[in-house]
Each structure stands twice: as structure tokens, then as C-alpha cells.
Design a protein around this ligand. Sequence first.
Ligand code: FPP
Length: 243
Amino acid sequence: MAELIKELMPQHVAVIMDGNGRWAKRRGVPRVAGHRAGMESMKKIVDHSDKLGIKYLTVYAFSTENWKRSMEEVSGIFKLLVTFVNRDLRELIDNNVRVRILGDYSTIPEDSRRALEKTLRDTEKNDGLQFNIALNYGARDEILRSVRGIADRVKAGELEPGEITEETIAEGLWTGSTFADCPDPELIIRTSGEERLSNFLLWQGAYSEFVFHDALWPDFKPEDFEDCIAEYQSRDRRFGGRK
Ligand code: FPP
């Protein structure tokens, strides 16, 4: 297993949990079974992030584009969300994990929304691992919302166009408004061998390191997660400057 350097541990790791569908197809089981296995994988990575002392973990659970999937799959994913929060809420609370949502979850099925809101409330005072679930999330949609908010303030005469800064835009993003304390992710991991960002954290990922891992998400183990962090720790981050 990879040797990790404590001082170089990323504060914020974001994960695109890809490959549930292919995992299911290979086994000849329904896609939802792949998502169920993916949920177990997610739980292990939450626990492991906490163990490693990572402060923020953000996972891409459902994108604004995922509504195009079959009704069966979409409702299956939301049912799993309820299973996850109901089954693991006590443990999340005991482990001092705080759950937060990135994205407009007002449009998700009512029972899922209620279960989620209970989880957000019950973990709101926890100051250990901050576990962010991107749900009905799209980065372009997020930027668009921020820009609209700024346009409204300009129109109302509260803000001059020349006063708009990168911070003004960042403050209007889910990461800025819902949790202002959340730093940009130093590391974004995508599983299943695909190498794209798929509308995830476009603004916040400007200087993130990307690590692509071949394992399908349900097969992705804490050891693989550590390998990705080791890969990140071996990178030379310059932020456009020179050493
Ligand atoms: C991508 O795999 C995965 C998703 C769209 C859903 C992620 C959901 C979970 C991990 C489980 C549920 C947990 C919560 C919190 C809702 P894919 O289906 O695109 O895989 P494929 O590319 O192989 O088809």
C-alpha cells in the first residue's frame, strides 16, 4: 500500500463515482444493483477519508443530466440515498461527520428530500469530516445561478459591474453560499478509466490535480483511494508559477 505523507494530505478531495452501470452489466444484474454496490463503496470512502484526516469529501451522486436516465434508475438512485441516510445516520453522527448538499435538491422525490433534510439537520453541529453530496448538481448551472444573482444586485444598484471579482462569483456558487469555509478541492478523482470532468466543479477545480483510476466505482477500495492520494502527493503543484 502507498506510503502517505501526513503533511501533504489534501484538505478537500472530490470524487466522480463512475462505473456503477458497467459493473452491473458485467455481472448481468440491473443497473440499480450497481448503484447499490456503489453506495457501499461510497460509505467505505467516507469512513476512510475520516481516518486519514481529510476535512472535506465531495462526491458526485447525481448530475443535472442524470434525469435523462430511465425512471427506474433515477428512482432507484434516490431510494438508495434514503437507505444510506436512514441506515448510516447514527454512525455519521457518532463519527462527527457533517453532511451537506451541493445542488438544488428541492426537485428530488419528497421522501428522499425529507430524509435528506433530517440528515442535514441532525449532523449540522458536527465539525469532523464535511461530507458534501453533489445532488442534482451541474457546474454550469451553478455558475449560471451565481451570475444571475450578481446581475440582480447590479440591477438593484447594490453593485457596480467593476466591483465584481472572482470572489463575488465564488460566493454565489453552492460551495460559496452553502459552505463558505470549503476550500477548492486539491484533488479530483474519477474512477472507471474515463477521463473527463462531466460538468463537475468547473470553477472550483481550476487548479485541482486530477487522478483517473481504472477501477469501476463499486470495486474502488480504500487502498485505491490511498494510491490516488499518493499520486497526488507526488505531483509538483505550481499554480501557474515557477518553482
Ligand atoms: C455513475 O455511474 C454513478 C452515478 C450516476 C450514481 C452514483 C450513485 C451512487 C454511488 C450510489 C447512491 C448514493 C447516493 C448518495 C445517491 P454510471 O451509472 O454512469 O456508470 P456507467 O458509466 O458504467 O454506466
